[in-house]
Design a protein around this ligand. Structure first.
Ligand SMILES: Cc1ncc(COP(=O)(O)O)c(C=O)c1O
Length: 387
């Protein structure tokens, strides 16, 4: 762990023990399903490689990314487990995808011959997943097209249907109708294949909201993302597990100064002091992912107290009013996301202040913010793995 004297100006710490607890909730809710951990977008900003290695240590051996490049990065770092590329891929990426033994999601009929052409003739059938569009309005073949697609000569010659999947658009909503109709459409596609005698090793529909709220969405595989990281976006009246946010984001106070009544702070003078004020400058800004919409709206924790953001968030700096916080010092820690004393700020709070969702807040934390991973404590009290 960083100590204040050696802390970088701003950094993130990720508690891998909390990740283990969140994973335990997934397993409790979906006891009969294998887990594919969604680690796309740098594991929602948490550090894809470190999280993937930890999840392997926790007996997860299937991972989901959005792009071929994300899959390649994991392969190059020595991750040999199956990696599903869930986003949109184009035929120009297929050669590399096959070379790296990544698993594609095929979501359009014309991708079948294009992909099959890259599988070496004579080699064993290449595992693929097929996505069925049931109401997300995004990628996928329609339920009645699936059988035709699987019966195409190119499919039968070179490919093996390892997985059939769909994606839920509205499972975190209070209303259930759309999700239930998506699941019914998916089930009808599945029934048709099963009536033809096809067995499909991996059938999957559930994201985090599905895992938490829809037992009927739990097929042989589940695809949790956000709940592993400690969040959900379900309504407050939905029973939810006690997830623990695994990420904290800190900054070290770089400068302190006093301003007089009428003095302004930051670009365009959107904050004018109504009293003599003490202002702390934090070395973190919108280029680090601390969104400019937090200008005059965000709050940080300093000395266990809440301190409001004043003036515009700049590219590399943010100012906060610490007039009411006693004894503030340069070098002291400010919490952007996390707990200090009795107070807590979550990515969901930031999301509310900037009118978005916690996913967006977490994914936006910039590349230049170092991530430190607090290692897993194993049962015998030793730490592992080292990250
Ligand atoms: C295809 C697919 N499956 C699963 C997930 C994980 O969703 P969540 O983070 O809501 O659990 C995502 C994320 O957007 C996704 O695109």
């Amino acid at each position: 762990m960083y100590t204040p004297s050696q802390s970088p100006p701003t950094f993130v710490s990720v508690d891998l023990n909390a990740l283990a607890q969140n994973l335990a909730h997934v397993r409790r809710l979906a006891p009969r399903s294998e887990v594919l951990a969604v680690v796309k977008a740098n594991a929602y900003g948490h550090g894809a490689l470190e999280l993937t290695r930890t999840l392997q240590h926790l007996a997860v051996h299937r991972f989901g990314v959005a792009t071929v490049d994300e899959g390649i990065a994991l392969r190059q770092a020595g991750i040999h487990d199956p990696i599903l590329v869930m986003g949109a891929t184009v035929p120009a990426q297929f050669a590399e995808l096959v070379a790296q033994r990544l698993t594609p999601v095929l979501y359009r009929t014309d991708l079948i011959p294009a992909f099959a052409a890259h599988v070496r003739s004579g080699s064993s059938p290449y595992p693929v997943h097929v996505k069925v569009e049931t109401g997300m309005g995004r990628l996928g073949v329609s339920p009645h097209e699936v059988l035709d697609l699987l019966e195409r000569t190119e499919f039968r010659a070179a490919l093996r249907l390892e997985g059939l999947m769909t994606h839920l658009a509205d499972a975190d909503n209070r209303e259930k109708d759309h999700t239930q109709s998506q699941l019914a459409r998916f089930q009808s596609a599945l029934d048709r294949l099963q009536q033809r005698g096809l067995t499909i090793p991996l059938v999957h529909a559930a994201n985090s909201a599905g895992i938490i709220k829809y037992p009927t969405s739990l097929y042989s595989l589940v695809r949790p993302g956000i709940m592993l990281y400690g969040y959900h976006t379900l309504s407050t009246d939905t029973p939810t597990p006690e997830l623990r946010p695994i990420l904290s984001w800190k900054a070290t106070i770089a400068h302190l100064h006093s301003i007089q009544v009428g003095d302004s702070v930051s670009y365009n003078r959107t904050f004018i002091a109504a009293r003599r004020s003490k202002i702390a400058v934090l070395p973190v800004g919108y280029a680090d992912g601390y969104n400019r919409l937090l200008s005059n709206r965000g709050v940080v924790l300093i000395g266990g107290q809440r301190a409001p953001v004043v003036g515009r968030v700049c590219m590399d700096m943010t100012m906060v009013d610490v007039t009411d916080v006693p004894g503030v010092q340069i070098g002291q820690e400010a919490i952007l996301i996390g707990q200090q004393g009795q107070e807590r700020i979550t990515a969901a709070d930031l999301a509310a202040w900037q009118q978005t969702i916690p996913y967006d807040v977490l994914c936006a934390i910039g590349q230049r913010v170092p991530r430190h991973h607090l290692p897993l404590r194993s049962d015998d009290g030793t730490s592992s793995p080292k990250t």
